[in-house]
Structure formats: C-alpha cells, structure tokens
Design a protein around this ligand. Structure first.
Ligand code: GAL
Length: 397
C-alpha cells in the first residue's frame, strides 16, 4: 500500500501540470489570422497591444498577446539559443515582452514539438529545456506548441513530446500557460495533464472548419474544466483587412458558441483597429461572463446533431452551458438556407434540469434585455439563416 501511495505521489509530481494557470479560458489575441508570416514584427505586435488597450479590450480580460509562427529564423551555432528574425524583431523578443508587460498585458509566443514549425522555422524537438529557459528569460507568459514536422498520428510520441516541454516550462519556475496544438480530439482525455488548453480541431480558417470544430467539441466537454480547456482555435472577425474573415452573423455565432463551449477567446482579427461590429462582438460582457464563469462547465448540445457531415447534416442546433449561479446560457443556431423559428421544447428544457412547470426568466445576451418569463417551452422567431443565432440566459424563478 505504501509503495502504491508513493507511486501515486511521484506520478503527480512527474506527470502533472501544476502551474495554477487557466482557471478560466485564456483571453487575448493571436497574430496568425491577422498577419500570417508576412507582417509579423515587433512593431506590429506592439501596435496590436496598443489597439487592445485603446479599445478597452484588456479591461474585459483580453490580456494575452500571442505571437504565432514566423518570429524565429534559426539557432545560435554555439549555444543553440533561438534567434528571432533580426529584420522584424531587431532588438530581440524581451523588449517586446517588456512593452506588453508595461501595458499590463501578457506575452505569448509559439513553437512546435517537432523539428520545424509549420512555416519551417526552428522547432523545439531536442531543445525543450533550453527553449523553456530562453522563454522564461524573455518574460514569456504563454507558449503555444504546434505539431508540424513531428509524428502527428502516434499518440504516445505526441504526449511524450508535450510532456517534455510541460516539464521544462514547470522547471523554469515561471508560470507559463501551455497551449498544445495537435489538431485532434484524442488529445482531450489527457489534455488536462499536459497543458492548459489543447487544440482539438483543425485551423478554424473557413466556415466549414468552424462547424467541424463545433461537431468535434460536442463530444469533448467532460475533459475540460478549470485548469485545462478544449481549444477550437482562434476567433474570426468580419474585417476584410485580415487574412480570414466571416459574415457578421457567422462571426457573432462563433463568438457566442465559443463562450458557451468555454473555449479560449483569442481574437484572430485586426485588433489594432477593429471595425465597430467586431469590437461590439468581442466586447459582449454578458457573453464573456458566460465564458469566464468559474464553474468551468463546457456547454453541451441540447438539440440537433453534427452540422458538417455528409450524412444527414443538421441545420439547426441548440446548445446550453450551466453557470455557477444555476442559470443556463442557451444558444440557438441556424445553419440552413432559410430563417427559422426555433423551439427549446420540454425535452430540451429537461436536458438542463428544468421541469415543465418551472417559471423561467429569459434574458437576451445580445440585446442585453430581460425578455420576460416562460414555462414549458421557449421559441425564438426568425433566427437568421446561414450561420445566424440568438443567445439567451435562462434562470429558474
Ligand atoms: C498551424 C496551426 C495554426 C498556426 C500555423 C502556423 O499548424 O494550427 O494555428 O499556428 O500552424 O504555421
């Protein structure tokens, strides 16, 4: 028995992620869908940070400023230390981090568990300890580790490589949020022991990928909670100035659902100067509160099935997220080609534990208005087509 207990204890010490971070999903900004590789530079990152502060996004919780791929060009021949691109980061990375910290923001960066990053920059394989120390010395607060140029199908290899970086980060003594990026749902069952979040789907670079991420994530809720989250990728806005954009309805639905799914909220848009619509989307305090709710419950699909499947795809879904005050945030989604009236019927309500006789108060989380009480069922009229939605909070009276 004693041996068993000691064994358990060691297991915890050696294999646990214990950095105290990610008690609620991370919020911030990521450069990838904004700049890709072309314009990633110290100046643009600092401008993005200025934009976050000027538009008050930091006050809403968006504090991580995460530099994605393409910042590094190689390693020092003698020491092996990573070399930032001298053209775009002329003073190195630490001054960028210092600037972010001076604004009260946090500094995130990017690597890969394989030999190279997806864009062919140096990967961490074999350099985990040195790189973790380097990041800590630059004041890094968040590290995303991608999975290119590595065996992406061998689960054990992937877990072992992520564990190496996790332990190397832990050993620095600096709390660094660790964000895994392996693009598969099979990370979720072990995610919590490895990192603070794990990408469980492909890049959300177009609408079909957003739907697939929803479908995949609908099965993965039980694996998420305070300390570790399923990551369905970066939020997409509507600005045509960025590499990727969605329609207004789609972008707002994505934001609503990411809040319901307790997903990290990392803006992948032109954050230096968001258009008015995107700023309003990302600034929805009521939905941010849903996302950051301390219970950390990942929302569940209450009605409908997979949306992006060849066999009988659903065109409507209803999702709900239990909140720490006992209420539920409820998301009505229409991916069909006509507007739809949608009903959460007695079965849908009972999935949330509501009884047929309960008097339930409803609040519209986009109009920011209480809209009265109901019991038995709840119908939303004219949910917009092709990715439109409506989101409410239900509380039993
Ligand atoms: C992909 C990753 C993206 C982005 C890109 C950079 O593998 O999923 O989020 O980081 O690499 O090259």
């Amino acid at each position: 028995m004693q041996t068993f207990l000691v064994g358990l204890c060691l297991f915890h010490v050696v294999f646990g992620l214990d950095n105290g971070l990610g008690r609620t999903p991370a919020m911030g900004y990521n450069t990838w869908d904004d700049f890709r590789c072309d314009n990633i530079s110290a100046i643009n990152v600092m401008r993005a940070a200025d934009g976050i502060v000027r538009q008050g996004l930091d006050k809403l919780g968006y504090v991580y400023v995460n530099i994605d791929d393409c910042w590094a060009v190689g390693r020092d021949n003698k020491t092996g230390v990573l070399i930032p691109d001298p053209k775009f980061f002329p003073n190195g990375m630490k001054p960028v981090g210092d600037y972010l910290h001076s604004l009260g923001l946090k500094f995130g960066t990017y690597t890969d568990r394989g030999t190279l990053t997806c864009a062919g920059r140096p990967g961490a394989q074999g350099y985990e300890v040195l790189d973790a120390q380097t990041y800590a010395s630059w004041g890094v607060d968040y590290l995303k580790e991608d999975s290119c140029y590595a065996d992406s199908d061998d689960h054990e290899v992937a877990f072992a490589q992520y564990a190496l970086m996790r332990d190397a980060l832990n050993a620095t003594g600096r709390p660094i949020y660790f964000s895994l990026c392996g693009w598969h749902g099979w990370y979720s069952p072990v995610g919590m022991s490895l990192g603070n979040s794990w990408r469980m789907a492909d890049d959300s670079g177009y609408w079909g990928a957003v739907l697939t991420a929803m479908d995949t994530n609908s099965r993965l809720g039980p694996y998420a909670g305070p300390g570790g989250w399923n990551d369905p990728d970066i939020l997409i806005g509507t600005s045509e100035k960025t590499a990727i954009h969605l329609t207004q309805d789609q972008s707002r639905s994505m934001f609503s659902l990411w809040c319901i799914m307790a997903a990290p909220l990392l803006i992948g848009s032109n954050v230096y100067d968001l258009n008015a619509f995107d700023l309003e989307t990302f600034s929805n305090r009521e939905l941010i509160a849903v996302n950051q709710d301390p219970l950390g419950f990942q929302g569940i699909r209450l009605f409908g099935g997979n949306l992006n499947t060849e066999h009988n795809p659903s065109v409507i879904n209803i999702w709900g997220k239990l909140l720490s005050d006992g209420g539920w945030a409820v998301f009505f989604f229409n991916n069909g080609d006509t507007t739809k009236d949608m009903t959460c019927d007695s079965k849908c309500l009972s999935e949330m534990g509501f009884q047929p006789t309960d008097i339930i108060k409803a609040r519209d989380l986009w109009l920011h208005q209480d809209i009265g009480t109901f019991s038995g069922s709840f119908t939303v009229s004219s949910v917009p087509l092709q990715g439109g939605s409506a989101t409410y909070k239900f509380v039993k009276q």
